[in-house]
Design a protein. Structure first.
Length: 364
């Protein structure tokens, strides 16, 4: 049955293919009233992992591999009047493709102040999760986001918008206030809800002055207990974010906090299946990244991350420093090179202390 579904999905995407210059991903607007537009991007990559150790502290072999990070194709468009649609599929075999990634319909009559969307899309939680994959400043999302923002995608109803150029309290900054609010199944991508409860997710961003954005986000939900006979599992998430952009310099930082009772999800970002671990967990982390765009198209990036998966068992945090260089060939293509230095004080599985990655991206 799964093979039949995959073949059908491929056939649908291919049937809609037509030349287009529209660029979109996730909840990015796209398309026109003139018909369907095809969008997407591919990210072939080379990855070298070295200085690895296992959970016993013994050395393990280095890894050296070419593969696809992502290979995505979708269709977007508008239907007169006030209806837009967005469908995206993941084809990368490294992420278990092909499968449906995003599929939602939006009512845009109230835009830009409010847009109502229903379907499957990214959870409106954290700044970095809501940065499209083709616009990430480093090849990997921060570990705290990969762990605490899962499930990345879910099915539900979302209202989003901003104040656009509307002046508020004498301030006339573009989108002085922007927001997203969603009611979601809570069970993740392409899954039926397993109870009658829903997750509530929201994000609010303020731009009080031209160069600064300050925001916060949350997610609350109850899930069917991972252990039979117990009360519902609960997951609580909070996040705070900061962005400072002065000309070609950009600084971004986020702090995320999570409390899980009954069970916790480990991993699960970008299409991979999360691991369910029984117990109560209090976890948090942060990242800070800075970059500068030069006139030559080169953009050096430095990023620091800290993530603690459980405060209760002492210092078992992971620390990661990323030194990167992005080269933008044009508006549609770029090359990213990242060198990662990792430190894990409580190794529970195979762990590579250093990684070097090169990713090439082409959008269409």
């Amino acid at each position: 049955m799964k093979i039949i579904i995959k073949i059908y999905l491929i056939a649908v995407i291919v049937a809609f293919m037509a030349p287009s210059q529209s660029l979109a991903q996730g909840c990015v607007e796209g398309g026109s009233d003139e018909g369907v537009n095809v969008v997407g991007y591919v990210q072939p990559e080379w990855n070298y992992n070295f200085d690895g150790v296992d959970k016993n502290g013994e050395s393990i072999d280095n890894e050296n591999s070419f593969y696809f990070r992502r290979a995505r194709i979708g269709v977007v468009g508008n239907i007169p009047y006030d209806i837009s649609y967005y469908v995206m599929a993941e084809f990368s075999p490294m992420l278990g493709g092909p499968y449906l990634l995003d599929a939602f319909v939006s009512y845009t009559r109230l835009g830009p102040y409010a847009k109502i969307s229903i379907g499957q899309y990214k959870s409106p939680y954290t700044m970095e999760l809501n940065t499209p994959c083709h616009a990430l400043h480093t090849i990997f999302r921060s570990r705290v986001v990969r762990e605490l923002a899962t499930p990345f995608r879910d099915i539900g109803l979302m209202i989003s918008g901003g104040t656009a150029s509307l002046p508020i309290f004498g301030l006339e900054n573009e989108n002085l206030i922007s927001y997203q609010f969603a009611i979601l199944n809570g069970t993740g991508m392409n899954e039926w809800d397993n109870n009658t409860k829903k997750d509530v997710v929201g994000r609010l961003v303020l731009a009080p002055v031209k160069y600064i954005k300050i925001g916060g986000s949350f997610r609350f939900g109850k899930q069917k207990p991972a252990k039979a006979g117990m009360d519902d599992d609960t997951r609580t998430r909070y996040g705070a974010e900061l962005e400072i952009k002065i000309k070609d310099f950009l600084l971004q930082a986020e702090y995320l906090y999570g409390m899980d009772k009954g069970s916790s999800l480990v991993g699960g970002g970008c299409g991979s299946e999360p691991t369910v671990v029984l117990g109560d967990f209090e976890k948090s982390g942060l990242y800070v990244q800075a970059m500068y765009m030069t006139s030559t198209g080169l953009q050096p990036v430095v990023k620091y991350e800290w993530y603690d998966p459980d405060w209760a068992i002492g210092d078992n945090a992971t620390y990661t420093t990323t030194i990167g260089l992005n080269y933008f060939l044009n508006d549609w293509s770029r090359i990213q090179a990242n060198y990662l230095i990792n430190e894990n004080k409580n190794i529970t599985s195979d762990f590579y202390q250093s990684k070097f990655l090169i990713q090439v991206q082409a959008k269409f």
